[in-house]
Design a protein around this ligand. Sequence first.
Ligand SMILES: [Zn+2]
Ligand SMILES: [Zn+2]
Length: 327
Amino acid sequence: MAVFMTLNRIGGPLEAEDRPIPSPGPGQVLVKVRACGVCRTDLHVVDGDLPGPRVHVVPGHEIVGDIVQAGAGVSLAPGTRVGVPWLGQTCGHCVYCQAAAENLCDAPKFTGYDIDGGYAEYAVADANYCFELPAALDDLHAAPLLCAGLIGYRSLRMAGEGRRVGLFGFGAAAHLIAQVAVWQGREVYAFTRDEDVAARSLALRLGARWAGSSSEPAPVPLDAAILFAPVGALVPQALQSVRKGGVVVCAGIHMSDIPAFPYRWLWGERVIRSVANLTRQDAREFLALAVTANVVPEVEAFPLASANLALSRLRRGEITGAAVLVP
Ligand SMILES: [Zn+2]
Ligand SMILES: [Zn+2]
């Protein structure tokens, strides 16, 4: 038997359930969880914000664990330490999968949403969507890379090559991608909630050129802005902070409504775009880059049994960096 923190009712809280340890089917692995990051998406899962809300699911899609059993046809050997991200499975034959855009697959399965995730002692995953983790990354510090890092990385790529990058919302994803951007020689401008002094000082410590409240205007015209905060009202604001031709990337899976704004704020070939999910190629690239660029997450660890506490602290903006559950 093992413990699975399960969402049985939209709105939560998660309930600790004792259940038999599952067996991996063909192509699957059974992973003994060593750490699992807590992502804002987990709050959206708990709150039923995502399409077709799910219940009786175990959240968690930043899983670090050891393979303890491999199903038929799996080449990864027991004992291998792997990461299991949000993209749990894709169909392999829709137009998006065929076009190397599996992040947009028409029939995907997501870890911690369609498939039980890592808020547990054990998880079963499709071996083709797991990644061997570089030895340089310990469990606690590898976990946040698996979504916050990956989505942040994809967002930074979509933001283009511009030098001046604004990050709106300086939590798990932003604090990782700020390190990559600084390493790439870019200037980072961090925008946080008014009261979030801790996030601003973290941003400056990580090499941001400027950190301020998101109610302030940007100190210089930005080449791009990435929104990690799930606040639609920040979209027009970010748009006003970017220069002509600049890009605003919305990185979250869910956001409050975007208020109307004058067309001239978009005029000048400014672009607003979203970033959805990840591809396995993103994961391979980013995990290697994280080692090269020495990306070090700021981590707060919680015991698995305190998953609800970690979620409520994240909801209240009380996590600096990333929260990670440890069974
Ligand atoms: Zn597909
Ligand atoms: Zn996530």
